[in-house]
Ligand binder design. Structure first.
Ligand code: CA
Length: 482
């Protein structure tokens, strides 16, 4: 299939009423009709409460089945509803990607005493006091699950670090001491070693941990029948572990199984290294492009649009690139807030939907809007139309006109019988640009199907047209149908 579109089905403030899966069942058909080919679902495992978005993961084996953390269902519904939702999406031909949180565990059942050393927040290799006995929340025995699926009990030695000492009531990053034990090495080098992110950090070099997670992933994939995985917090997990786990999955599920990673670092050099280390099996979100969108949206006419692809995966790693405009972490008041300003959203979506490269991911927070206290309306109508245009017109060679700091565009030349697609952006005043759509289109008439510019454009005998765009917007032009 070409011109596929993925959607991130949730945002941070997605309603916690437990109806998310039920709503997916209701919406599955419409999503397919509107051009969504794959859906990235929120974390499916039991978190610390029925409000937990899912990243505060408590039990891998509880998909909304056991009375744990005061709730049977997760934020999104019960296990049964989850499986029904996946089935409904599959019946519509929509692929399902699971958000898998393997970096840490939260909401431990009991605290344990063990040796640990406090380290510098900003340099995790630097010890700031002598090792001592602390009491940390690292014991997980899942009493209410009663050993169903797995009787594995987690202890402090299955983790590499915690952020709290119960004995002294101290918040700090503590590295857990043990024989041949240290932070996992194949992680981001930010903060010296970025193995530790939050909660009880899983030690992926421990053989019992590896065995348990392999056992779990087999069960999870057989149970849910998902088509791909989004690895959460990839930069904090040893890449040897991820490579091994991914290869294990590919052996079981075949080469079409899909992996997407969240490598949240605005640094193209690191991404290259990461793709190399994981044998290019994993697609990565184009974080640099997201940050370029953010900067352009904030700088307005002062941003040089010729730099919009600088250091992006869309430019340098087109085969491993998932493009997005915003996500649940970049939305307002979240941990990595870097929201793209409203006026630039349509421009950003035109770039991820109408260009040749990248697998675009539509954010539910842009599509349905952001809920909670500070609501932001969605752009469903605009995005449905843009997805339809991607599917109908965004084909063929791509001629770029990134020749001006504020007025840029490109032409998709189309394929057999299909109209070319002309995209013209300005971050400043009303503008126009002469663009070539092919001699075969001479004398034809083009219209702006974004609906903004009302004038039609007639193509001259050389195949050129002078296309227009209104101040601070994007227009997309196709051949007028008779
Ligand atoms: Ca880690």
């Amino acid at each position: 299939m070409t011109n596929e579109v993925m959607m991130q089905a949730f945002e941070w403030e997605t309603n916690a009423d437990g109806n998310f899966y039920k709503n997916l069942i209701k919406n599955a058909h419409e999503l397919k009709e509107n051009g969504i080919d794959a859906l990235w679902l929120p974390p499916m495992c039991k978190g610390t409460s029925d409000m937990d978005v899912g990243y505060g993961i408590y039990d891998l084996w509880d998909l909304g089945e056991f009375d744990q953390k005061g709730t049977v269902r997760t934020k999104y519904g019960t296990k049964e509803e989850l499986l029904q939702a996946i089935d409904a999406l599959h019946k519509e031909g929509i692929k399902v990607y699971a958000d898998v949180v393997l970096n840490h565990k939260a909401g431990a059942d009991f605290a344990e005493e063990f040796e640990a050393v406090m380290v510098d927040q900003n340099d995790r290799n630097k010890e700031v006091e002598a090792k001592k006995t602390i009491k940390g929340w690292t014991g997980f025995d899942f009493k209410n699950r009663k050993g169903k699926y797995s009787d594995f009990v987690w202890h402090y030695y299955h983790f590499s670090g915690v952020d709290y000492d119960e004995n002294t009531k101290t918040n700090a990053v503590y590295r857990i001491i043990g024989e041949n034990k240290y932070w996992n090495s194949g992680v981001s080098s930010e903060n010296g070693n970025y193995d530790y992110l939050m909660n009880a950090d899983i030690d992926h070099s421990h053989p019992e941990v590896k065995e348990e997670i392999y056992k779990w992933i087999d069960w999870f994939l057989d149970t849910t029948k998902v088509d791909g995985i989004r690895y959460d917090a990839l930069k904090h997990i040893d890449y040897d572990f991820i490579e091994g786990l991914s290869n294990h999955i590919l052996e079981k599920k075949g080469d079409n199984f899909y992996f997407i990673g969240e490598y949240w670092k605005n640094d193209e050099g690191t991404i290259n290294k990461y793709l190399d280390e994981t044998n290019w099996n994993i697609d990565l979100f184009d974080v640099p492009l997201h940050y370029n969108f953010k900067e352009a949206s904030e700088s307005g006419r002062d941003y040089d649009m010729r730099k919009i692809f600088d250091d992006t995966l869309m430019r340098d790693y087109t085969q491993n690139c998932v493009t997005f405009v915003d996500n649940h972490d970049s939305q307002p008041s979240q941990s990595l807030e870097s929201w793209v300003k409203d006026w630039f959203k349509e421009i950003a979506y035109s770039i991820i939907l109408f260009r040749k490269d990248g697998y675009p991911c539509i954010f539910a927070g842009d599509y349905y809007g952001i809920g909670g206290e500070n609501k932001i309306p969605g752009k469903k109508e605009m995005l449905d139309k843009m997805i339809a245009i991607r599917k109908k017109y965004a084909y063929g060679e791509q001629d770029d006109y990134f020749d001006h700091s504020q007025v840029v565009g490109w032409v998709r030349r189309g394929e057999e019988g299909k109209s070319p697609l002309v995209v013209l952006i300005t971050t400043a005043d009303d503008a126009q640009k002469q663009m070539f759509v092919g001699k075969e289109n001479k004398n034809s008439v083009f219209i702006d199907i974004s609906g903004k510019v009302k004038e039609e454009v007639r193509i001259d005998k050389e195949g050129n047209g002078v296309f227009k765009v209104n101040a601070g917007s994007v227009s997309y032009w196709v051949k007028k149908e008779d």
